[in-house]
Design a protein around this ligand. Structure first.
Ligand code: BJW
Ligand code: ZN
Length: 246
């Protein structure tokens, strides 16, 4: 299906779900995870950084890495892809934005109430008692590999951890429920910049397809979601989304 027809489908929809992954923030300068040359997992070991065991064994390494990423996100801006998603919300009767991203670029582009399936770089909490804690002052320029001791919880003294979902952890129940419900009720799901490899998030576009929604995919590369997509729009999000929404 061509871009024009996909744009028509979007324009006629009553409830649109936008499902985003790291690719939508790539053009802002936030690295993706699995892109061959630039992805985080091509340079860093996921097992030693993005698991509860890693934090237990080396909290300073893990906290320092997430502080580096938080700083990086604070230094960049939303791109035309994020802005187009925020604009789309004004054009359709109902829009649910579901993101796997831990950055805040959708919010800064003007999208309200994004459902964050994998948490946020900006919502640290105590690893012991789970109470939310304020983010510490941003370190000046945390270097890539710099170890930083995590702050301690004001309530129980436990170590503070990043508020993201690591491998082997459950997704926040409320977010997953809201995402599944929207996916099963929407008439169009627009999936943008995700490899569709990480579960259970990758079930969301599949659930929409099974429930009869048209799935529009924006990605410069093929993904495992290609076969369920009504339209595969190949290209960068910051180019394709403004053309879809104009
Ligand atoms: C562009 C672009 C441009 C580039 N424009 N596009 C079934 C089978 C096998 C394993 C499992 C399974 N079910 C569960 C698992 C285990 C695991 C999993 O899925 N592993 C797979 C990798 C194999 N899942 C989990 O562990 C999950 N938890 C769980 O299952 O709990 C079960 C449980 C039950 C009961 C008790 C306890 C537990 C949790 C998964 C959490 C994922 N966390 C991460 C890290 C978050 C924190 C952090 O940021 O560090 O989330 S991993 C990472 O991947 C991150 C992302 O949100 C997620 C998805 O990645 P995304 O967004 O798709 O990025 P990429 O890089 O993969 O793709 C980018 C795409 O953009 C590419 O396609 C590019 O082409 C494209 N692109 N430039 C548009 N300009
Ligand atoms: Zn605590």
């Amino acid at each position: 299906m061509a871009l024009n027809d996909a744009a028509k489908l979007l324009g006629q929809a009553r409830h649109v779900v936008v499902f985003t992954g790291a690719g939508i923030s790539a053009e802002s300068g936030v690295p993706t995870f699995r892109d061959a040359l630039t992805g985080l997992w091509s340079r860093f070991d996921a097992q030693s950084l993005a698991t509860p065991q890693a934090f237990q064994e080396d909290p300073e390494l893990v906290w320092g890495w997430y502080e580096w990423r938080r700083r990086l996100v604070q230094q960049v801006r939303p791109n035309h892809g994020h802005l187009a998603v925020a604009r789309l919300a004004a054009h359709v009767p109902q829009l649910t934005l579901i993101t796997q991203n831990v950055d805040d670029l959708h919010e800064r582009a003007g999208s309200e109430a994004a459902v964050h399936l994998h948490g946020s770089l900006f919502a640290p909490r105590c690893a012991t008692c789970s109470r939310p804690t304020p983010s510490p002052a941003t370190p000046e320029q945390p270097a890539e590999g710099r170890r930083i001791p995590p702050p301690r919880c004001a309530h129980c003294g436990g170590p503070v951890r990043p508020g993201v979902v690591w491998f082997g952890e459950q997704l926040p129940e409320e977010a997953l429920f809201a995402a599944a419900q929207a996916a099963s009720q929407c008439d169009v799901l627009l999936t943008v910049g995700t490899s569709g490899l990480v579960y259970p998030a990758a079930e969301i576009p599949r659930l929409a397809a099974r429930s009869g929604a048209a799935v529009l995919q924006v990605n410069p590369e093929p993904t495992p979601l290609d076969p369920i997509a009504t339209a595969n729009l190949r290209g960068p999000a910051a180019e394709i989304l403004p053309a879809l929404v104009s």
